[in-house]
Design a protein. Sequence first.
Length: 251
Amino acid sequence: MDLKLKDKTALVTGASQGIGRAIAKGLAAEGVKICIAARRRPLLETLAKEITAAGGIAPTIVEVDIMEDGAPQRLAADALKALGHIDILINCAGGSRLAIPIDAPEEEWDSVMTLNFIRVRQLTHAILPDMVKNGWGRVINISGKSEPDALLASTPAKAAIHAWSKGLSRAVGKHGITVNCIPPGRIMSEQIRRKYSEEFRTRQSAEEIPVGRYGEPEELAALAIFLASPVAGYITGAVLPVDGGLRRYAF
């Protein structure tokens, strides 16, 4: 299938590893001119070399700590300057943490909500005027599952992304812009390896994941790339998990 992505432009956050990295490589392979952003410049430089070695357009690199005040607005300006305009925004910067106690300090809740929702919203709203002006755009938010096994600060932040994305999709659809969310299940990454032992991953794969294994970043990237394409123009306001069947509920 021709996804009609050649000559489109994209900003991918959280591109230094895992899912963001796989999406950036996949978009570049489709002929998309990309801007890759994350905190660790050496990893971005390695990714850029891999993209060009594979025949892709050399990406623009932006080293950014999205938690800094004003970072979303600066990133939007840098990406727009480098790309000319932005057709596709992949919001992949974020993270989850272990369960927290009921009496956790406010700072814990604030920092997780800021990283996983507020900065996503701010960056998106900084870029949307350009998409509206051009009459076309794709916003894809890599979010998280809504079935917490414990008290997690990231769960309400991810739920906020889903609710905000649904409302936003209704506001911008008339401008040719779609907004969708992809909650990952257990997708292999540096963070997954750090949080979960091999023994735990093996046991969970056997007991809880119908397909019997953790997923690879490229398996989620395939959906993101499709949603970013003109071919997916009638899909918006959706939450589409990629989890090997880990999610237990139909709704």
